[in-house]
Design a protein around this ligand. Structure first.
Ligand code: FA5
Length: 328
């Protein structure tokens, strides 16, 4: 057979191929190492080879292109046949807000419904706003309660959001004040219920004739909307320099409903600090304590989130392990 006939036969064979494996077989028959094309070339007399080399290579290339074209055609036909429009698509994995961002949004929404306004104040602040102006003098032992990071002698990473109290009084100039200040706070602590960076939400309500019953009302409102309708709070005497009287607020245990179980203390769980704003703090904020009174509270976002979801270790909130984060 001459080169032309081999090419013709090869083309004819390729047109009849219906599947990729049939096509492969034909391709090997003609283009394989011992295929028709090479056999033709091998048996040429030595002196003919250089003369026919270029034509031979061109014929092979042309045939190769035909095989490729046929292969595309078969693949296109097969994939069109296999495409089933009724098969559900593959859902792309979509992320979600971080647990803390979600909790902050939820808490903000709950307080905004009763007229509190979300504020943000500096996370790095002067000693005056974070301590001294809150009635905690430089040498006072109460400073030891909050293991504060000092940036310099007079500047701290805020150990609580209470710095927002004085800043809000200054910003608003005059009551009524209804602030919910949510921000990052820092302390030298780390264990299952403490992280060195955490968030607090600080409520401050100042107006005429505000008393402890308003604090109890707002506390119950919050726990019933965040944790569930059947929850309620109690006040336990405590001490903070910037409130008088001061309280720890407890919430009924969500597991035993207040009966007493191994998760709680006699049916109660600790929520956080609160109290009536100290007259000295009102004065430092430019508000007349004879005319106005108010309450404040400061609770941990990580703590309430952990309590709501029964998280055994609050450090997990900052884990980057998707097996944990995907559960929320
Ligand atoms: C305070 O920080 C007061 N400023 C709260 C306050 C505000 C009292 C207004 C009166 C009036 P305390 O140190 O107890 O209080 O912290 C309050 C809450 O922050 C704790 O109940 C806890 O929920 C959370 N918290 C404190 N330290 C950490 C920590 N290292 N990690 C996570 N949460 C923390």
């Amino acid at each position: 057979m001459n080169l032309k006939d081999i090419s013709k036969q090869a083309t004819a064979g390729t047109t009849t191929a219906g599947t990729i494996s049939e096509l492969k077989e034909i391709e090997t028959k003609y283009l394989g190492r011992h295929g028709e094309f090479n056999q033709y070339f091998d048996q040429l007399p030595k002196e003919e080879k250089p003369k026919q080399g270029a034509t031979f290579n061109l014929a092979k290339q042309k045939y190769s292109a035909e095989v490729q074209k046929k292969s595309d055609e078969i693949i296109g036909r097969e994939s069109a046949r296999e495409f089933d429009v009724t098969v559900p698509g593959i859902l792309p994995s979509i992320g979600h807000l971080h647990l803390i961002t979600g909790a902050i949004e939820e808490i903000t929404g709950i307080f905004e419904k009763i007229g509190f306004i979300r504020r943000r104040y500096p996370e790095i602040d002067t000693d005056w706003y974070a301590a001294e102006g809150l009635n905690i003098p430089k040498d006072h032992p109460a400073r030891d309660d909050q293991e504060t990071f000092y940036v310099s002698d007079n500047v701290v990473l805020t150990p609580h959001t209470s710095n927002g109290q004085l800043r809000e009084m200054e910003a608003m100039k005059k009551p009524p004040i209804k602030m919910i200040n949510i921000g990052k706070t820092y302390r030298r602590q780390i264990d299952i219920s403490h992280t060195p960076m955490f968030h607090q939400f600080e409520g401050l309500l100042i107006d005429k004739n505000i008393d402890i019953t308003h604090l109890i009302g707002v506390g119950n409102y919050f726990v019933q909307h965040y944790f569930g309708r059947d929850r309620r709070i109690r006040l336990r005497p405590h001490h903070f320099q910037f409130t008088e009287p001061s309280f720890e607020i407890d919430i009924t245990c969500g597991v035993c409903g207040g009966l007493d179980c191994r998760l709680c203390k006699a049916g109660w769980l600790e929520l956080g600090g609160a109290g009536m704003v100290h007259p000295t703090v009102l004065k430092n904020g430019g508000i007349d304590p004879k005319k106005y009174s108010g309450f404040a509270f400061g609770w941990g976002v990580e703590r309430v989130l952990a309590m709501k979801n029964n998280l055994p270790d609050i450090r997990n909130i900052y884990s980057t392990d998707l097996r944990i984060l995907n559960q929320f």
